[in-house]
Design a protein around this ligand. Structure first.
Ligand code: ADP
Length: 637
């Protein structure tokens, strides 16, 4: 047999270095990660054995073994699971096939602490062995393969690995870690057992370690001292699937530990719900809402591997988030264990199975219930949820019409009455603060929180004491277009169409609104200078301090969304020219009306239009012309 030496894919080496350097302060997670991998491998074998029972032949009891050798300074983690073929080892261990890896690497900031958190969410897997080892050997044999089809992979984690075909007497995978000099703490039965209890207590397979060494028998006079018998292996963990145990037996710690195993994540779960359903079908569901978003919640969409796992009668079948969760709840992690689905269920079958559809509805309902409860009982925790997952959750407005009402109740917005972007209000809060005679829920969409908060569109609303929701997530305009009303009150964008606040009293001390009428002939003169850049020019009832603002029609996309679409290379649907509204009470308006020099009038008019473009976040077509005009008028004054 020949040994082949190969180089790691550049990305692998990058991830490896990162794991070694940034996770050092949390090094013990390697055991959890390797045990998780072993447990996944046992799950896969059990699944394949459903149709090929011969795979279990001679070695039917699935288990994980952990052993250490103080003299050799090695720690071994062994499973009799599915194992890997030569090609699978190259594929799985030498490369990172996951499409998310590039995005993950791009997301790194260079700040060690932040990156450590990120990589914790990425799921470090096998490479975590190198946090504490200076060399790792992996021996494996695919279930069903011959004894001479074993594979030995080894590497010191520095650029290259060696791989060869070897004899391996059993099915499954064995990982031998040669511990670094100062990692002797992991050569301790007590330490290893406590880590197993902490992270792996509730995986469904037994984890075995050697028990106490039995005392060596007395040596006969003159005879050589006999070898002490090796201690028996004993099971260290509960080895019963957590979700299958009664709730009353489980502590918060148990649930949190299992979450980390499930999500391959260092984060805590924010909350969970664990239910056994019996009725026309029976199944158990355990659903977690994480406290931190995975790094690629937006980029690649779902991380199929760590979403919702489908078990049937305790046998892992597949990761089935796509079948069991709508996209807007893709942050949910957990387990569904069905007693009624057929064990040979395929993805396709799952898709249009009546039982699956029922489970899916129940999962949605339970998740929304959990969020309601969180919002009610623990508003600070709900705020955490909203910060991490709010943007994704809002997608629900566009895809889950049946629950639109419930989703709307959970929405949170920054508003003119909240401080900063982080403090948010709910729609019920908003309704409770509506002014007498106010008939609509007002909102503004903008590119950023500050652009929304400082928009000239808000001036009249401030004077009237009318609260406006400040929506600055990219998805907001799209999502809100699906939400026509809440509690009978329509949603109205303050930047669109005609706004009539005439029935609402001014707050005390507010400046009296100007008449909306412009001086005779001014609108026409402006329109003829500005041409196609504006649809029309009219007096505004929106403005108090600003001179001018651009407005789109009620059913058009806002200007900033039109810009986003244009940047994305899409034609903005219906994006005609906006209307220029002018503040009749502003000094510039008076100045314009009095201007008799046509060239000077044209400069003023253009400048006014350009100001309006800038203040709503737009880009000028002719920035240097703007500067020239501005300076010209400044010095003419
Ligand atoms: P992840 O588990 O997140 O996919 P890893 O780097 O830990 O990433 O593992 C990569 C792949 O290697 C796994 O998806 C699996 O296919 C394979 N693998 C790892 N450990 C084992 C094992 N003990 N038995 C069989 N396959 C394994």
């Amino acid at each position: 047999m020949t040994t082949e030496t190969r180089a790691f894919q550049a990305e692998v080496q990058q991830v490896l270095n990162l794991v070694i350097h940034s996770l050092y302060s949390n090094k013990e997670i390697f055991l959890r990660e390797l045990v998780s991998n072993a447990s996944d491998a046992l799950d896969k074998l059990r699944f394949e054995a459903l149709s090929k029972p011969e795979l279990l032949a001679g070695d039917p009891e699935l288990a994980i073994e952990i052993e250490f050798d103080e003299t050799a300074r090695t720690l071994t983690i062994r499973d009799n699971g599915i194992g890997m073929s030569h090609d699978e080892v190259v594929e799985n261990i030498g490369t990172i096939a996951r499409s998310g890896t590039r995005r993950f690497l791009d997301a790194l900031s260079g700040d060690a602490r932040k990156d450590a958190q990120l990589i914790g969410q990425f799921g470090v897997g096998f490479y975590s062995a190198y946090i504490v080892s200076d060399k790792v050997e992996l021996r494996t044999r695919r279930a069903g393969a011959e004894a001479n089809e074993g594979v030995l992979w080894s590497s010191d984690g520095k650029g290259e690995y060696a791989i060869e075909t070897v004899e391996y007497p059993r099915r499954g995978t064995e990982i031998v870690m040669h511990l670094k000099e100062d990692e002797s703490e992991f050569l301790s039965s007590w330490r290893l057992r406590s880590l197993i209890h902490k992270y792996s207590e509730h995986i469904a397979f037994p984890i075995r370690m050697r028990g106490e060494q039995p005392p060596a028998p007395e040596a006969e006079e003159g005879a050589e001292a006999p070898q002490p018998a090796a201690a028996e292996m004993e099971t260290v963990n509960q080895a019963a699937a957590l979700w299958a145990r009664p709730k009353a037996d489980l502590s918060d710690e148990d649930y949190q530990g299992f979450f980390k195993h499930l999500a391959h994540s260092d984060g805590e779960a924010l909350c969970w719900s664990h239910n056994k359903v019996e009725g026309n079908q029976s199944y158990t569901s355990l659903l977690y809402i994480p406290s931190k978003a995975p790094f690629d919640l937006f980029g690649g969409g779902r991380d199929e591997r760590h979403g919702l796992k489908l078990y049937i009668k305790r046998v892992f079948i597949m990761d089935a988030a796509e079948q069991l969760l709508p996209a807007y709840l893709r942050f949910v992690r957990g387990v569904i264990d069905s007693d009624d689905l057929p064990l040979n269920v395929s993805r396709e079958l799952l898709q249009d199975n009546r039982l699956t559809q029922q489970i899916r509805s129940a999962v949605i309902k339970r998740t929304l219930d959990q969020l309601d409860k969180l919002a009610q009982d623990q508003p600070e925790k709900f705020a955490d949820f909203w910060r991490e997952f709010g943007q994704v959750f809002k997608e629900g407005l566009t895809e889950d019409f049946a629950h639109r009402e419930r989703i709307a109740k959970l929405l949170r917005f920054a508003s003119t009455q909240s401080e900063g972007a982080a403090q948010t209000v709910s729609l019920s809060d908003y309704l409770g603060r509506m002014r007498p005679n106010q008939t609509a829920i007002y909102y503004i969409t903008a590119e950023s929180h500050l652009a929304a908060r400082n928009s000239p569109h808000l001036e009249a609303f401030r004077a009237k004491g009318v609260e406006v929701l400040l929506a600055s997530d990219r998805i907001d305009e799209w999502a809100l277009s699906y939400l026509h009303e809440f509690d009978g009150k329509p949603f109205v964008s303050v930047a669109k169409g005609d706004i009539d606040l005439g029935n609402i009293d001014n707050v005390e001390g507010a400046s009296v609104p100007p008449a909306a009428d412009l001086p005779e002939g001014l609108a026409d003169r402006l329109k003829s200078v500005l041409g196609d850049r504006v649809k029309a020019v009219r007096g505004s009832s929106r403005l108090r301090d600003s001179a001018a603002v651009l407005v789109v029609d009620q059913h058009e996309l806002s200007l900033h969304t039109q810009r986003l679409l244009k940047q994305a290379g899409q034609a903005a649907a219906g994006g005609g020219a906006p209307t220029l509204e002018l503040n009749p009470a502003h000094a510039i308006t008076a100045r314009l009306a009095a201007e008799t020099d046509e060239a000077r009038f044209a400069d003023w008019a253009t400048l006014l239009y350009e100001q309006a473009v800038l203040s709503e976040g737009g880009q000028l077509e002719d920035p240097s012309g703007f500067v020239r005009r501005l300076n010209g008028l400044l010095f003419a004054a």
